[in-house]
Design a protein around this ligand. Structure first.
Ligand SMILES: Nc1ncnc2c1ncn2[C@@H]1O[C@H](COP(=O)(O)OP(=O)(O)OP(=O)(O)O)[C@@H](O)[C@H]1O
Ligand SMILES: [Mg+2]
Length: 234
């Protein structure tokens, strides 16, 4: 089911790290019931977009809305409370903590209280098996599953992921794609990626970022393939 109203809406977003602006008026929307992807090559501003959405970087201009609530001025933890779950680039799980402890940290977005939902283990059976293992001892693909599960612990309205396929084996990438498609039935999913083939296989809608601007968007089949390939290989 696709909602009429987007769960996450970014409009006219400008942000950067000093004098120069990396993002130059980014518009995008992600709705429940679909997988939305933002693609672009190295340095296009994908991570900067997500950091600004999460409030790790201030927006110089523009707005970030979660179900119509303006979160642009809120600090990151309040955006997590508002319903944005974030899986950062490089996963950032805690290697010294156990899988269980890593998952429990995901409860912070809900005030630190609650149990690990059975649905987490239904989605990621391996995590139940490895609950007492240290995060750092998991494989890359397992760590990515842990990072996604940790973000889901906060029961987000929108899950945003920064390059979830980075450094992960092809067969595990397929599994992660399946999981994200399933998750998107219940909540909005926004994936930032460089791996075009993966994105085109799972996205309902795709935004193409070049030098901090969205240069085209639409369903994968609607995109100008030649221009897309060109943008990604520049
Ligand atoms: N902390 C920072 N300070 C200064 N400039 C930065 C910082 N982080 C990123 N940049 C610059 O901002 C631009 C966009 O970077 P960003 O990390 O958003 O790209 P990206 O699309 O996520 O790339 P990648 O695919 O390599 O992860 C780049 O030119 C980068 O050098
Ligand atoms: Mg990045």
């Amino acid at each position: 089911m696709t909602d009429e109203k987007p769960t996450l809406e970014v409009s006219g977003l400008w942000a950067g790290y000093g004098e120069g602006m990396v993002l130059q008026g980014v518009d995008l929307a992600a709705a429940r019931g679909r997988v939305t992807c933002l693609v672009g090559r190295n340095g296009a501003g994908k991570t900067t977009t997500l950091k600004t959405v999460m409030g790790l970087l201030p927006a110089a201009r523009g707005r970030v809305l979660v179900e119509d609530a303006d979160v642009t001025a809120l600090p990151p933890y309040e955006r997590a409370h508002a319903g944005i779950g974030y899986v950062p680039q490089g996963r950032e799980i805690f290697p010294q903590l156990t899988v269980r402890e890593n998952l429990q940290l995901g409860l912070e977005a809900r005030g630190g209280k609650g149990q690990i939902d059975e649905s987490i283990f239904e989605t990621f059976p391996i995590l139940r098996e490895f609950l007492d293992r240290r995060g750092g001892d998991l494989s890359g693909g397992q760590q990515q599953q842990l990072a996604i599960a940790r973000a889901l612990m906060g029961k987000p309205k929108v899950l945003v992921l920064d390059e979830p396929t980075e450094g992960i084996q092809p067969n595990v990438i397929d599994e992660i794609g399946d999981v994200l498609r399933r998750i998107s039935k219940d909540i909005a999913v926004l994936i930032v990626e460089q791996y075009l083939e993966f994105v085109l296989g799972i996205a309902d809608e795709c935004y193409v970022l070049e030098k901090g601007r969205v240069i085209m968007s639409g369903a994968p089949a609607e995109l100008d393939q030649e221009r897309l390939q060109q943008t990604m290989s520049l």
